[in-house]
Design a protein around this ligand. Structure first.
Ligand code: 7PM
Length: 287
């Protein structure tokens, strides 16, 4: 089947990636069928709310988190991916660091790979190339367990960019097409508040320097808590502000929890940007 993410990337508009966590801590009573059912319903809601891609993850990448066993991760994500990919036209992305999980997920119907580890695991680049789907390469300093201990950079934008450059080169060398590579500065992954703010300020420059589209995740992240003193359930307005700004600076995909709100914010700023485009269908609306 033809890949559904590529035509979305070729469009002139930003894409909303809805986050679907299938980790046990995201379900209160944990029963197997119940959690599959809940995951499907959550995905259904995100599709109705305007998600362009659903990102399915079975390993918590939260700073300080423990890694998950391969079989455990497969048991969590594969049934969800198989079910979603037959039920919806919206493409599924697999959020994993493990080559085997990437491969099984793509066999199960996933159409994109999102790796917070930038395909650094042994064999990951080769498997991703074989999967023949778009990939997201994220920058992360160290492993989740250690990365927030003492983040340190001389120049964060330069260092994150050169890391991403080396991962892009590894992908290109394995035959992955440049148009299939998304870069991600990894907001919150081994960065201080000021590192995150600097990276968000340099989104446009990084896209231009590296010559790839960017995916970015800021939704409900702790930089908002640090800057504004907001708890996680009060971070929606700030998340929308950051998502809007990232898109204005050229980001292609925003990875978010709050799909409807982000969808409306992004579609509205795009309506302003496109008011004079020939295919604008608003001309006949008087108010
Ligand atoms: C706790 C803290 C739980 C942080 C989960 C997280 C990104 C990602 C994540 C991102 C890409 C979250 C993160 N963040 N993948 N996965 N980019 N590509 O806030 O920024 O969802 S996990």
């Amino acid at each position: 089947m033809a890949n559904l993410v590529r035509p979305l990337l070729a469009r002139d508009s930003a894409l909303i990636m809805g986050i679907l966590n299938v980790t046990p801590d995201s379900f209160s009573d944990g029963g197997e069928f119940h959690s599959l059912d809940l995951a499907i319903r959550h995905a259904e809601q995100m599709v109705a709310d305007g998600a362009d891609i659903i990102d399915v993850g079975g390993e918590s990448t939260r700073p300080g988190a423990d890694p998950v066993e391969r079989q455990e991760e497969l048991d969590r994500v594969i049934p969800v991916i198989e079910c979603l990919s037959t039920r919806f036209d919206v493409p599924i992305s697999i959020d994993t660091q493990k080559p085997n999980v990437m491969h099984e997920a793509v066999k199960g119907g996933a159409q994109m790979i999102n790796d917070v580890n930038g395909l650094r695991a042994e064999g990951a680049v080769a498997i991703a190339a074989k999967c023949d789907v778009p990939v997201c390469l994220m920058h992360m300093l160290d492993i989740p367990k250690k990365m927030q201990e003492k983040p340190d950079y001389n120049e964060v934008t330069t260092e994150v960019s050169s890391f991403l450059r080396s991962r892009i080169d590894a992908c290109l060398a394995s035959g992955i097409d440049n148009a299939d590579i998304l870069i991600d500065p990894g907001i919150g992954f081994g960065k201080t508040l000021n590192h995150n703010l600097e990276l968000l300020n340099h989104v446009g420059q990084m896209i231009e320097d590296l010559g790839c589209e960017m995916l970015i995740g800021v939704s409900r992240k702790s930089l908002i808590g640090m800057q504004l003193g907001r708890e996680v359930d009060s971070r929606l307005p700030a998340s929308l502000g950051l998502a809007v700004q990232a898109v204005i600076k050229g980001a292609k995909i925003v990875r978010v929890h709050d799909v409807l709100e982000t969808h409306d914010a992004i579609r509205m700023i795009e309506a302003v940007r496109n008011y004079d485009k020939p295919n604008n269908k608003n001309k006949d609306k008087s108010f």
